[in-house]
Design a protein around this ligand. Structure first.
Ligand code: AMP
Ligand code: GLY
Length: 420
């Protein structure tokens, strides 16, 4: 089987290496991939906005299944386009991708199907939103509707902050804005919860806790993710039942009522408040860096799961997991998530000695003349699978220290809520 992966992050490198383990896989292509994927797959440079060109390449190479890693092509309708051209794709269609593409779509679905979420209001007028801000209890959360690459969410402690947020959104900071979402601030602990679906059947696909803030102690600016561990320390059967019953099932029913289905990974970003799950947001893909912690724990052949999903046969598969936990530390470029420099060589990566339970997944890297250079904010993911997260984390920190990459920084405290 030939598989193509769209994307270039740590998530895509982890997908690539999971597939590589399978006997079912003959060849992997990455569009465009990174330095890491170039060692196990063929990287193909192409404009991901040009679906027509992409289709031609996929057909020419006779790729059997395409996996879509990131959200943007999904929200832009890549799955509909490729499927209309008889290409098998793992990922949700454009209608279902609104779960991530429009926060207001999701909020309205929550309202209609009684899905627990923060109380909210949608305002299509700047003046009215500013008046409403005066009546709110703080903190509150102000959100732009569409995709904003992890930005577009403002946690506001004061009316000055919320006023600024509303103005920035209506002034088009995240693209043209007709509406703004203002919601109650939920105090609890976050959890990333995943399912995988073939459109008819779904199965749980693990949980994780992501550390989104740049600095230790979960302080500083929001990032794409500085590290994660899996499973989330909150995971238990009772909570899981509630998540499925109150959040996942009614969401899938809502999509069915729209005459559509969900195929692919669905990632529920949850806030757990007193053991009750509330939906903060949906993502219609695997999380990054959550994926890098979840896939190493997967025992079942991922290629078989993938093949079952695109052939609507997921019910025939049992998904099994290793007992060990896993933890990922992301090495990022100095300055990230603000300004940072690219094209800094990363020497000595091939000399690092990894144990069997350790992986390095590349994210923002590229390879030129056999040398590896940084090519993004999040550069490398160091992952360890073990029974002892503390030891696993210490070993990863030693690895990163041995790399001595002076342009990078990372958090020493990933998993601090679970590691004493
Ligand atoms: P999002 O981009 O929707 O993932 O939001 C970014 C982060 O903002 C989330 O991971 C939460 O930490 C936080 N957040 C978003 N909405 C809320 C809310 N209603 N209450 C508390 N925190 C929130
Ligand atoms: N780790 C957060 C995300 O993938 O959106």
């Amino acid at each position: 089987m030939k598989v193509g992966i769209i994307g270039s992050g740590g998530r895509e490198h982890a997908l690539c290496l999971s597939l590589k383990k399978s006997k079912k896989i003959d060849k992997i292509y990455c569009f465009p991939g990174n330095a890491g994927t170039s060692f196990v797959a063929e990287n193909i440079q192409t404009d991901l906005n040009n679906f027509e060109e992409l289709k031609k390449i996929i057909q020419k190479l006779k790729i059997d299944i395409i996996i879509i890693g990131p959200e943007k092509p999904l929200v832009d309708g890549i799955v509909d386009f490729l499927e209309n051209n008889q290409i098998k794709v793992f990922g949700p269609n454009k209608t279902s991708s609104q779960l991530e593409g429009s926060k207001i779509f999701t909020k309205n679905l929550c309202k209609k199907y009684d899905i627990p979420t923060a109380n909210f209001g949608v305002f299509n007028d700047q003046e009215k939103s500013l008046l409403y801000l005066k009546e709110c209890n703080y903190p509150i959360v102000v959100k732009a509707d569409g995709l904003a690459a992890g930005k577009g969410v403002y946690i506001c402690e004061t009316i000055e902050q919320s006023t600024n947020a509303v103005k920035e959104i209506f002034n088009g900071k995240f693209g043209e804005a007709k509406e703004v979402l203002i919601e109650e601030f939920l105090k609890g602990e976050e959890m990333s919860f995943f399912i995988i679906s073939d459109g008819e059947t779904y199965k749980k696909f693990g949980s994780a806790q992501d550390h989104k803030r740049a600095l230790e102690g979960d302080k500083g600016k929001n990032t794409g993710g500085m590290g994660a561990y899996s499973p989330s320390r909150l995971e238990d059967i009772k909570l899981e039942e509630k998540i499925l019953k109150k959040i996942i099932n009614p969401t899938l029913k809502g999509l069915k009522d729209l005459n559509t289905e969900f195929k692919g990974f669905l990632y529920a970003g949850l806030m757990i408040v007193n053991n009750e799950p509330f939906l903060i947001e949906y993502n219609v893909r695997m999380g990054d860096p959550e994926c890098q912690t979840i896939l190493p724990r997967l025992k079942t052949d991922f290629a078989e799961i993938l093949s079952a999903c695109v052939n609507k046969n997921l019910k025939s598969i049992n998904i099994d997991w290793f007992e060990q936990k896993s933890l990922c530390i992301v090495l990022v470029s100095k300055g990230y998530p603000e300004k940072f420099q690219n094209n800094i060589e990363i020497e000595g990566l091939s000399k690092l000695k990894l144990k069997d339970n350790e992986h390095i997944f590349h994210a923002g890297t590229k390879i030129i003349d056999n040398k590896i250079y940084s090519n993004g904010g999040r550069v490398l993911n160091f992952v360890s699978k073990s029974y002892n997260l503390k030891k696993g984390r210490n070993d990863l920190i030693k690895l990163i220290d041995n790399l001595k990459w002076e342009n990078g920084y990372f958090r020493n405290d990933i998993g601090f809520k679970i590691i004493k």
